[in-house]
Design a protein around this ligand. Structure first.
Ligand code: AMP
Ligand code: ZN
Length: 484
């Protein structure tokens, strides 16, 4: 399998570090508000990557943090803690907000068939880990104390920028308009590992530390949590593209300085979902959540389908029209699958393996889901019986997670029920007032045959009834009969 590695800027063959496990780490949500469907695009694509690795036979251990402290509104070291902002907005405690939005996040994930990672760890659970790392960074000269905070010293690194060749102006995160520059920093890109002196005296969550009562910076959380659960190296680290700088750049700086060796082999970044007029946001305009999609009548899995139809490294534009098209295409696809008969003979294992191979060929190329979805359509056109096609679909849906067969089966049952209700509505009147079950069954069978346009069978039944001395008269949505 080939994966695009943002750190090397090219597609590389995926070779895990250990024979028995693939270690995968994903930056989790900051739980101060609902996730928007842009955030969820990242989680959908990361879910596909995890499931595809499992599909290939790898044993994956995936860890995700829940950011419930330390993520400031600027992504760097300025602004208010997002959690505190959420708590103030809703007049609740930070922990109440964290619990509520963590649950809401996993509810959304469930609706989108995003598997829960093997380990989900709130940042507030791992304070000891951060203290251990920061202590060593200070001891080895990579971090310093200034104005009460602990900072990482980026001038100590041979190479700080990993993902992009930034120009200095873009990186002026400390001197944004309206934001006071932090004069404690020795270098512009130094970042806070531990806050004690903060301009926000009402910071709700604080812990004791060798440097005073305070709280961790956002970046140290992911290093600490990943090392706690996955040890000193990672195969794959993922996140959205906005995480590249400063978050992932800082994660690498502190982790590799602490460990003294390379930390993560493959960096996978998901491009953004944008609205037609720009960036997706939780504050401006319509706040696009999974619940909003549902309120408007969309199936959350139609949104997953929409995401899969684009490559994860391409920006994706969300409009209601685009989602409408995806939902229609998804419904059409399910209707086609519903036409496959479930018990249609034996599964042709050779054909099944061939289509599995076709899927692998596409997905091996940097998780090319749009081409992977095309294989679903190829299967429907394949020279194979329905049972084989269903087996093929079931195989690849282990990765796509669109509930293809379950949805098709539900649709087929719904259609059958609707047909049965229709036929039950068909009234049979015994004119002489003496109902006869056998006669009634034949009359209904004749009506069904007519509905199925099987007129020969309908005529045959009429003749059979006639032979039994039954005279039949059609009435609207029914028939009356008498013995003659
Ligand atoms: P946050 O809750 O802000 O920490 O973000 C959660 C995840 O969503 C991170 O991996 C972000 O990189 C990602 N993300 C944020 N905005 C978008 C977007 N518009 N499209 C795709 N992913 C996003
Ligand atoms: Zn992170």
């Amino acid at each position: 399998m080939y994966l695009y590695n943002s750190a090397s800027h090219k597609k590389e063959e995926f070779v895990p570090n250990h024979p028995d496990v693939v270690k995968m780490y994903t930056c989790g949500p900051t739980v101060y508000h609902f996730a928007h469907i842009g955030n969820l695009r990242s989680y959908i694509m990361e879910d596909v990557l995890e499931k595809y690795l499992r599909f290939l036979g790898y044993n994956v251990k995936r860890v995700m943090n829940i950011t419930d402290v330390g993520h400031l509104t600027s992504d760097a070291d300025e602004g208010e803690d997002k959690m505190l902002k959420g708590a103030k907005r809703e007049h609740k405690s930070v922990m109440e907000i964290a619990q509520f939005y963590t649950d809401a996040f996993f509810d959304d994930c469930k609706k989108l068939n995003i598997k829960r990672p093997d380990v989900v760890e709130p940042a507030t659970n791992c304070i000891d880990e951060y203290i251990k790392i920061i202590t060593k960074l200070i001891d080895t000269g990579y971090a310093y104390l200034a104005g009460g905070n602990v900072y990482f010293d980026t001038s100590k690194l041979d190479r700080y920028y990993i993902f992009n060749d930034h120009n200095e102006e873009d990186l002026a995160v400390g001197v944004r308009e309206g934001v006071e520059e932090d004069t404690n920093k020795r270098n512009k890109n130094d970042f806070v590992l531990w806050f004690t002196k903060s301009k926000f005296e009402d910071q709700a969550l604080k812990w004791d530390s060798p440097w005073g009562v305070g709280y961790p910076g956002w970046h140290i959380e992911c290093s600490g949590i990943s090392m706690k659960h996955l040890g000193e190296d990672l195969d794959i680290h993922c996140g959205g593209v906005d995480n590249m700088f400063p978050h992932h750049t800082n994660e690498i700086a502190q982790s590799e300085s602490y460990l003294g060796h390379k930390w993560t082999n493959y960096w996978v970044h998901v491009a953004h979902l944008n609205t037609a007029d720009g960036k997706m946001s939780k504050s401006k305009g319509e706040f696009l959540t999974v619940s909003l999609l549902e309120e408007k009548g969309y199936d959350p899995l139609a949104y997953r389908f929409f995401c899969l139809q684009s490559h994860y490294r391409k920006n994706l534009v969300f409009t209601w029209e685009n989602l409408d098209n995806a939902q229609k295409a998804f419904e059409k696809l399910i209707a086609k699958i519903a036409n496959l008969k479930p018990d249609d003979g034996a599964v042709d294992e050779a054909a099944r393996a061939e289509y599995r191979g076709r899927f692998v060929k596409q997905m091996d190329n940097d998780v090319n889901t749009p081409n992977g979805v095309t294989v679903v359509y190829d299967i429907l056109k394949a020279q194979a019986n329905d049972a084989t096609k269903r087996a093929m679909l079931s195989d690849i849906d282990a990765v796509l997670s669109l509930d293809l067969l379950a949805k098709a089966d539900a649709l087929r049952e719904r259609n059958a029920r609707a047909a049965a209700t229709k036929s039950a509505e068909f009234t049979v009147i015994a004119e002489d007032g003496a109902p006869d079950e056998a006669v009634e069954a034949l009359i209904r069978a004749r009506a069904d045959a007519k509905k199925a346009k099987n007129f020969a069978e309908a005529d045959r039944i009429r003749d059979e009834l006639k032979a039994q001395g039954v005279e039949l008269t059609d009435i609207p949505n029914g028939a009356k009969w008498k013995r003659v």
